[in-house]
Design a protein around this ligand. Structure first.
Ligand SMILES: *[C@@H]1O[C@H](CO)[C@@H](O)[C@H](O)[C@H]1NC(C)=O
Ligand SMILES: *[C@@H]1O[C@H](CO)[C@@H](O)[C@H](O)[C@H]1NC(C)=O
Length: 347
């Protein structure tokens, strides 16, 4: 662990809390429930879907998921907070060796999370009591643009970035996600990172107040007036088209790229050898999918009671020994590990 980094975030959040009176920031771990080639949001019912994902959250995850209250369908969750039956998923990262074969990059557990099985860290933030409206059953959304291969030029407030750690145990974790000009990039890091990488995917914070979803899974949500709200900045104003402020959902995934730092295995021209499972060799196409599934009004309560990190009087927590038992069977039986001739689904 890197207590210094996590403590600086704690101090930051405490200061923000003192200032705004009652801001909330949940931060908790969820283990992988499955690594599979299905996507109930973008390609519902398709088995297999075009590319591999890693999925966390409740066990209602399926190739197609009914629009409704999935907390009533799920029987367990891989998340620390027992009321969170939501599903969250992203593309996987693969290493492409000089000989042209691929290997999936393992996921490490994040700083101060506990004994999760890989997975992700999930944040939900609110600037103060009554300031956000929690999602409704059936709500889903998408963040990022899988087709993007160039920077958004949004600078530090980018919604997607990679932290290049200086060394083991999260060394170099000194600034907020996507805010470190030395270590954060919107595309993949271009040099070997001695402590691996941390991906951040930050979802928009404004909602049209009506639609649970939209054809591209993004039009019913929006960034605030003046552009995307970065991590910890939640006070921005929502546009009149999307007037309802929703909790800021933010995902972090820590990739153990250190096994692949031998430059002799990198392309002969020195270019970086990593690729997202949807074929993106730049990292600019990093994206995240979300299906809301908190039970009842539990998320609203957490947002309105200044809940912080993985401690919240209004919520129930479970240990990872229990959370790790929540798994989903693969819909697509294929090799996701070992050295692969091609990325699953890619020609
Ligand atoms: C997933 O969908 C299939 C086909 O509709 C169904 O048989 C199965 O019970 C579903 N699984 C879950 C966990 O909902
Ligand atoms: C390709 O390169 C990797 C990394 O050096 C190695 O582990 C693997 O065995 C190689 N595969 C083939 C088919 O040569």
């Amino acid at each position: 662990m890197a207590p210094s980094a996590w403590l600086s975030l704690l101090a930051f959040a405490a200061a923000a809390q003192a200032q705004s009176g009652g801001s909330a920031m949940l931060r908790f771990g969820c283990s992988n429930i499955v690594i599979d080639r299905i996507d109930p949001l973008v390609d519902p019912g398709k088995i297999p879907s075009p590319h591999v994902h890693q999925i966390i959250g409740g066990d209602a995850f399926n190739a197609s998921m009914p629009v409704g209250d999935i907390s009533q369908v799920a029987t367990c969750t891989s998340c620390t907070y027992e009321e969170d039956f939501s599903n969250y998923w992203t593309a996987n990262v693969y290493f492409k060796a000089r000989n042209g074969t691929f290997k999936r990059v393992p996921i490490m557990v994040n700083d101060a999370i506990g004994a999760a099985n890989g997975g992700m860290t999930v944040y939900y933030s609110s600037p103060g009591k009554g300031a956000v409206t929690a999602f409704k059953p059936g709500f889903r959304m998408f963040s990022g643009d899988a087709k993007r291969r160039t920077p958004t030029n949004l600078g530090k407030s980018t919604q997607s970035c990679f932290r290049c750690y200086d060394g083991p145990n999260f060394k170099g974790n000194v600034m907020s996600p996507c805010f470190d000009p030395q270590r954060d990039t919107e595309g993949f890091p271009t040099k070997p990172c001695l402590g691996g990488w941390r991906s951040s995917v930050i979802f928009p914070i404004c909602w049209d107040g009506k639609n649970l979803d939209s054809p591209n899974h993004a039009d019913h949500i929006s960034h605030p007036v003046g552009g995307p709200a970065s991590f910890t900045v939640m006070s921005a104003k929502c546009p009149s088209t999307h007037p309802v402020k929703i909790p800021q959902v933010h995902l972090e995934i820590v990739w153990d790229t250190t096994k692949f730092n031998n430059k002799n295995d990198w392309p002969a021209d020195g270019s970086q050898p990593f690729v997202l499972s949807h074929g993106d060799t730049t990292g600019f196409g990093q994206h995240g999918d979300y299906v809301f599934g908190w039970k009842g009004d539990s998320l609203q309560k957490a947002m309105d009671n200044a809940c912080f990190a993985a401690s919240c009087k209004q919520l129930k927590s479970q240990s990872f020994s229990k959370a790790n038992q929540c798994v989903v069977k693969n819909a697509v039986k294929e090799n996701n590990d070992g050295w692969l001739e091609r990325l699953p689904g890619m020609e």
